[in-house]
Design a binder for this molecule. Structure first.
Ligand code: ACO
Length: 311
């Protein structure tokens, strides 16, 4: 076989500032009870920049992999909230971390992190790269209308990522699925220089459907069923979306990683934050199959089944 890829390092970063649900009460017509019941979010982090959070997460992932920054020969940064329009935030992140080779940003909204992992795996599979740093980072608080109770309570800031290394003897990426339906653009978008606008109910309905369909395709391509999945790492948008999707996939919630109660919806940051949290809680063992599944503005969706081999 050609080259496969393994995850050999992981890291995450969140800003220090904690914003609790109580802080919205009084300012917006909402309550801790409403936010907790309808979303599962209790608090979130706001602050930092997409590059600063990416650098912290990236350095942690490289250290965990036992590598030095110069060993990395490609950096892919999934983000919807770049620090500037030009240059790509990955250029700054690459410079500050000290990675070699190329770097580029990828924007597939909240599904972007899984897109980026699949692209990283594909570059390795094509023999182009050997060690790829795949980061997901967003600072959604910068594009959130803090006077809109429908979105202000949801969106937050955070980052995470993994190091993928080429292997000749095994491939931990067993199956994946990427998709997009641009006709859904009006239900979730942000114009240049403007705030995110969302029809929450419409997003909710479509999100459950696309996550389930995409996860099923990825598992089918991997030749596994939901019984084989040790850990589901879903996009962290709303606990009810995660519960509904897991229910339809016959994956018990005990096998899902949930961090949105502490971090809210951090878009590209959410899946790697949930992965790193699960690893830190010793929920991952070598050989475990992990199902990643995300959806986002576009509407985009992406799923991947990856064997966890640790390092
Ligand atoms: N506090 C109190 N009431 C609220 C709040 C709030 N923070 N937000 C909305 N409401 C009200 C609405 O105004 C509405 O009132 P009305 O009946 O008088 O019109 C009522 O609550 C119900 O509103 P719905 O939108 O139907 O509430 P729902 O139960 O669907 O929950 C939510 C809203 C949490 C936004 C949900 O629809 C959801 O999670 N949608 C998906 C969001 C998502 O996944 N976004 C991320 C996608 S990817 C990306 O991030 C880029």
């Amino acid at each position: 076989m050609g080259f496969g890829a393994r995850i050999t390092g992981w890291g995450s970063a969140v800003p220090d500032t904690v914003v609790t649900n109580a802080e919205f009460e009084g300012r917006l017509a909402t309550s801790d009870e409403w936010i907790t019941e309808r979303t599962g979010i209790k608090e979130r982090r706001w602050g930092g920049t997409t590059s600063s959070l990416s650098i912290e997460a990236g350095n942690a992932a490289i250290k965990r992999a036992g590598l030095s920054a110069a060993d990395i020969d490609l950096l892919i940064l999934s983000t919807t909230t770049p620090d500037q329009a030009v240059p790509a935030t990955s250029a700054v992140v690459s410079h500050k971390i000290g990675t070699s080779g190329g770097a580029f940003d990828l924007n597939a909204a909240c599904a972007g992190y899984v897109y980026a992992m699949v692209v990283g795996r594909a570059m390795i599979g094509a023999g182009v790269n050997k060690k790829v740093l795949v980061l997901g980072a967003d600072t959604l608080s910068r594009i959130t209308d803090m006077d809109d109770r429908g979105t202000a309570i949801l969106f937050a800031d955070g980052a995470g990522g993994v190091v993928l290394e080429a292997t000749e003897d095994q491939d931990d990426f067993l199956g994946w699925d990427l998709g997009v339906d641009g006709s859904a653009q009006p239900i979730l978008y942000a114009d240049h220089g403007s705030y995110l606008r969302m029809e929450g109910r419409e997003v909710y309905k479509k999100a459950v459907r696309v996550m389930v369909e995409s996860a099923e395709i990825a598992m089918h391509r991997a030749g596994v069923t939901s019984d084989d999945i040790a850990l589901c790492v879903p996009h962290q948008a709303n606990i009810r979306i995660i519960e509904a999707a897991c229910n339809r996939l016959s994956i018990p919630m005990e096998r899902a990683s949930v961090v949105l109660d502490r971090f809210g919806n951090t878009s590209s940051g959410s899946i790697p934050l949930a992965l790193v949290d699960a690893e830190e809680r010793n929920r991952l063992n070598p050989g475990d199959l992990v199902l990643f599944s995300g959806f986002g503005a576009g509407m985009t969706w992406a799923s991947a089944v990856v064997r966890w081999s640790g390092n």
